[in-house]
Design a protein around this ligand. Structure first.
Ligand code: SF4
Ligand code: SF4
Length: 286
């Protein structure tokens, strides 16, 4: 019994970042749909534009940018909401949105998990730059069509809509996305195609929350962290001991590397120094 308990505790410890962010992702989804007795609903709207705790507006800056380009009039609350969201991600790191907020991440992580479990080998190799191309196309389309072009097919918006008004078309689209990641392309959607992820990467280019090696030689070089990282290229310089800190803004701050690293070589920290790490050691060795 004691052995079982120890195994459970160690299992939970080795997944703590995953458990914390899944809990947050699910709570965010529930906040939009569950009415708490005597309190009501905590969040109104959706992830594009919402009102939290009856007073705090939050607007997706990517949606605001599309509205701006489409020539739509912008409400003061939308601008305040976008400033709050943009400020947060610009300071901490844009793709925190992907790992900690976006509900599609749960779908694509599940597809990846199943892919690993069933040892699916086939992989359509895509360029990571495709998502930036799609981002530019979405913005250009907003100008040309005068509409929020991407929002019409954005799976994130679709996911929330589906929770309320299930439709065959929506479910089919989300199922196709799952199958694409599961059978066709490893980390295909979030790692290569999603323009929302590309936008947040751009927004949080200088984000200060970073994965950091506690000591330059603490890493044993086993590469276990790279194997679980959704954006493996971001960790390569650190494992090769050419850097102390992950500075690539593709890092989603998911914490998978922290859960995996058995040597305790890594930590997630605020790093306010520009060009040098918090201990004065160069972030990237030449
Ligand atoms: S890449 Fe796109 S779909 Fe994937 S988690 Fe980020 S915003 Fe969501
Ligand atoms: S470096 Fe770590 S926190 Fe960043 S994406 Fe990779 S696994 Fe997640």
């Amino acid at each position: 019994m004691a052995g079982l308990f120890r195994r459970m505790v160690s299992g939970l410890k080795s997944r703590r970042w995953l458990l914390i962010r899944r809990t947050l992702q699910i709570l965010i989804v529930l906040a939009f749909v569950v009415d708490i007795p005597e309190v009501g609903r905590i969040a109104h709207g959706n992830l594009s534009s919402s009102l939290w705790f009856w007073n705090v507006p939050l607007t997706d800056p990517f949606v605001l940018l599309q509205s701006l380009l489409a020539g739509a009039p912008l409400a003061k609350t939308a601008l305040i909401g976008a400033a709050i969201v943009a400020g947060f991600y610009a300071f901490f790191g844009g793709r925190i949105y992907c790992s900690w907020v976006c509900p599609i991440n749960m779908l694509t992580d599940a597809a990846h998990w199943l892919r690993q479990k069933l040892k699916i080998k086939g992989n359509l190799t895509l360029s990571r730059e495709l998502r930036s191309v799609l981002l530019v196309m979405a913005l250009v389309l907003s100008v040309v069509t005068g509409t929020l072009a991407w929002e019409m097919i954005n799976p994130i918006t679709l996911f929330q809509r589906e929770l309320m008004w299930t439709s065959a078309a929506g479910v089919t689209f989300l199922a196709a996305l799952f199958l694409f990641d599961f059978l066709v392309s490893r980390r295909g959607w979030c790692g290569h195609l999603c323009p929302v992820g590309a936008f947040y990467k751009w927004l949080g280019r200088y984000g200060r929350l970073r994965i950091t090696a506690l000591k330059i030689d603490a890493c044993s070089g086993c590469s276990d962290c790279i194997k679980v990282c959704p954006e493996p290229h971001v960790l390569a310089p650190l494992v090769a001991q050419k850097a102390m800190t992950v500075t690539d803004s593709d890092c989603t701050r998911c914490g998978a590397c922290l859960d995996k690293c058995n040597s305790g070589a890594l930590a997630m920290k605020l790093d306010m120094h520009r060009g040098v790490s918090f201990r004065g050691i160069p972030i990237v060795k030449s």
